[in-house]
Design a protein around this ligand. Structure first.
Ligand SMILES: CCCCCCCC/C=C\CCCCCCCC(=O)SCCNC(=O)CCNC(=O)[C@H](O)C(C)(C)COP(=O)(O)OP(=O)(O)OC[C@H]1O[C@@H](n2cnc3c(N)ncnc32)[C@H](O)[C@@H]1OP(=O)(O)O
Ligand SMILES: CCCCCCCCCCCCCC(=O)OC[C@@H](O)COP(=O)(O)O
Length: 399
C-alpha cells in the first residue's frame, strides 16, 4: 500500500486567502508553492491570454517526509495574494524581496526576537507583536509626561476622554435602559445618573452639596441652574432628584449614542432658533408635568457660559412654572474657572460647590409676573454664584 506523503494544507478559494507563511528565503524556500488541490479558475482575465509556461518542478529540497521523494504536484505554480485580497497575485520566488512598505515596528526585529517561534513567518509576526507592544508601552509612559509638559495635550486628552466616556457609556447603557424600562421614560434617568456619577473620579473632581432637602417639594417643580460647560452633566447627575427630566437643545438628539440615551432618559428637546416652536413645546410641558408628576430641569442661560458670571436669563422656564403653578427651585454651581477653562487649555482636578436654594412659589402669579420672577431668580442665583466662587461682586438685574 502506497504510504501518503505529508498532507498538504487544505486551501479554500485560494485566490482570496493569504496562504500560511512558508519559508521565503534560505534552503527550504520553495521557488513556488504548490497546493495539492486543483487551482480554481482565476478571477482575473489572465487566463484568457497565452497559456502559462509549464510550472517549474518543485525543488527537491522541499520539506518532505524523510526518505520519500515528493510526488509532482498537478497544480500550476500557486499564486498567492500580492496585497489586500484584491485578487492581484504575485509569484513567491526564492529570495525575492517582500512587498515594499513599512510593516509596523519591530518587523526588522533583532535576531533574538526571531528565535521566538517555529517557522520564519511565526518569528516575524511575534517580533512585530513585540514591536507594537514596545511602542505601546513607550506611548503610555510618555503620555503623563506630555500631559505635564503641555497644557494643550492635557486638555485635549482629558476632554477627549470625557467625550469617549459619554460615547461608550451611552452605548452600553442604552440597551440596559431598554431592557429594564422598555423605552423612553424618566425612570431611565436613575440608570444614567448611576453611571454618570462615576465620571468625576476619572477627573479628580469633587462636589460639595448643600440644600438637597429643598428638592423635597410636593409634586412637580421647575429647577433652574447655571450652565458652564459640558462638565455640567456630572454636576447635574450628582444632585438630580428622582423623576426629573431636562430641557435640551434639539441638536443633542443627533449626538450619536449620547442622543439615544438622553432621548431614552426623557429629555425634552426644543428648537432654540424658533421661539414659537420652543414656546409650544414648553407649553406642552407645563400641561403634562403635573399629570406625569415630573420635575423639569432648565438651563435658563440657554447656552454654556464659563465666564464665572451669569448670562441674562431666558424666560421660558419661568413661563412654564407660572402656567403650571409649580415652584421654581434654583440650583447654583460654583465657577469652574479655577480648574476648567477651554481658552487657556485648563482642565485639572477641582472642587465644585453646589447649593440647592429654597423654592420660589408661583401660586397666584400670572404671565405678567414672569419678568419680575425671572429677575428675582437671577439676582438670588448670581449672588450665590459669587459667594460659592469666593468672588465679591455687585448684583444687577437679569435684563
Ligand atoms: C450613561 C452615560 C450618559 C452620558 C451622557 C448623558 C448626559 C446626561 C444625561 C441627560 C441630561 C441631558 C441634559 C442636556 C442639557 C442640555 C442643556 C441645553 O441644551 S441648554 C440649551 C437649551 N435650553 C434653553 O434654551 C433654555 C430654555 N429656553 C427658553 O426657555 C427660552 O425662553 C425659549 C427657547 C422658550 C425662547 O427663547 P428666546 O431666545 O426666544 O428668548 P426669551 O426672552 O426667553 O423669549 C422671547 C419672548 O417669548 C416669551 N416667552 C418665552 N417662553 C415663553 C413661553 N413658554 N410662553 C409664553 N411666552 C414665552 C418671553 O416672555 C419673551 O417675550 P417678552 O420679552 O417677555 O415680550
Ligand atoms: C467620541 C464620540 C463623542 C460622542 C458625542 C458626545 C456628545 C456630548 C453631548 C452631551 C450632552 C451635554 C449637554 C451639554 O452641555 O450640551 C451643550 C448645551 O447645553 C448647550 O450647547 P451650546 O453651549 O449652546 O453649544
Amino acid at each position: 500500500m502506497v504510504k501518503q506523503g505529508p498532507k498538504a494544507p487544505t486551501y479554500y478559494h485560494e485566490w482570496t486567502q493569504i496562504p500560511p507563511r512558508m519559508p521565503t528565503r534560505g534552503p527550504n524556500a520553495p521557488s513556488s508553492h504548490h497546493g495539492r488541490h486543483p487551482q480554481p479558475p482565476h478571477r482575473t482575465t489572465k487566463h484568457l491570454r497565452a497559456p502559462l509556461p509549464a510550472p517549474p518542478q518543485p525543488p527537491t529540497s522541499l520539506p518532505t517526509a524523510p526518505g520519500r521523494p515528493r510526488p509532482p504536484s498537478p497544480c500550476p505554480p500557486r499564486l498567492a495574494e500580492g496585497r489586500a485580497g484584491a485578487g492581484r497575485t504575485a509569484h513567491i520566488r526564492r529570495g525575492q524581496p517582500r512587498a515594499k512598505g513599512w510593516k509596523g515596528p519591530g518587523f526588522s526585529s533583532p535576531r533574538w526576537a526571531r528565535g521566538l517561534g517555529g517557522v520564519k513567518g511565526r518569528e516575524e509576526s511575534s517580533s512585530m507583536e513585540l514591536g507594537w507592544l514596545l511602542w505601546g508601552a513607550a506611548v503610555l509612559l510618555l503620555l503623563p509626561v506630555l500631559m505635564e509638559l503641555s497644557p494643550a495635550v492635557n486638555f485635549a486628552l482629558r476632554i477627549g476622554f470625557y467625550y469617549l466616556l459619554f460615547f461608550v457609556c451611552s452605548a452600553l447603557t442604552a440597551p440596559v435602559c431598554l431592557l429594564v424600562n422598555g423605552g423612553r421614560t424618566v425612570k431611565n434617568m436613575r440608570i444614567i445618573k448611576t453611571v454618570v456619577k462615576t465620571f468625576k473620579y476619572f477627573f479628580g473632581l469633587r462636589f460639595e452639596v448643600k440644600g438637597l432637602e429643598n428638592f423635597e417639594v410636593e409634586g412637580p417643580a421647575i429647577i433652574v441652574s447655571n450652565h458652564q460647560s459640558i462638565l455640567d452633566m456630572m454636576g447635574l447627575m450628582e444632585v438630580l432628584p428622582d423623576n426629573c427630566v431636562q430641557v435640551g437643545k434639539k441638536e443633542l438628539m443627533y449626538a450619536g449614542t449620547v442622543g439615544l440615551i438622553i432621548y431614552l432618559g426623557g429629555v425634552i428637546f426644543i428648537n432654540r432658533k424658533s421661539t414659537s416652536s420652543a414656546k409650544m413645546v414648553m407649553a406642552e410641558v407645563a400641561k403634562t408635568m403635573a399629570t406625569d408628576n415630573v420635575k423639569v430641569w432648565v438651563y435658563p442661560e440657554g447656552t454654556r457660559n464659563c465666564t464665572g458670571d451669569l448670562l441674562p436669563f431666558k424666560k421660558g422656564a419661568f413661563h412654564v412654572a407660572v402656567q403650571a403653578q409649580v415652584p421654581v427651585i434654583p440650583v447654583v454651581y460654583s465657577s469652574f474657572t479655577t480648574f476648567y477653562n477651554p481658552k487657556k487649555n485648563l482642565f485639572t482636578s477641582g472642587k465644585i460647590k453646589v447649593e440647592v436654594l429654597p423654592p420660589i412659589e408661583t401660586k397666584g402669579l400670572t404671565s405678567d409676573d414672569v419678568s419680575e420672577l425671572t429677575d428675582r431668580c437671577y439676582r438670588i442665583m448670581r449672588e450665590t454664584l459669587f459667594r460659592l466662587s469666593g468672588r465679591p461682586g455687585e448684583v444687577k438685574d437679569s435684563s
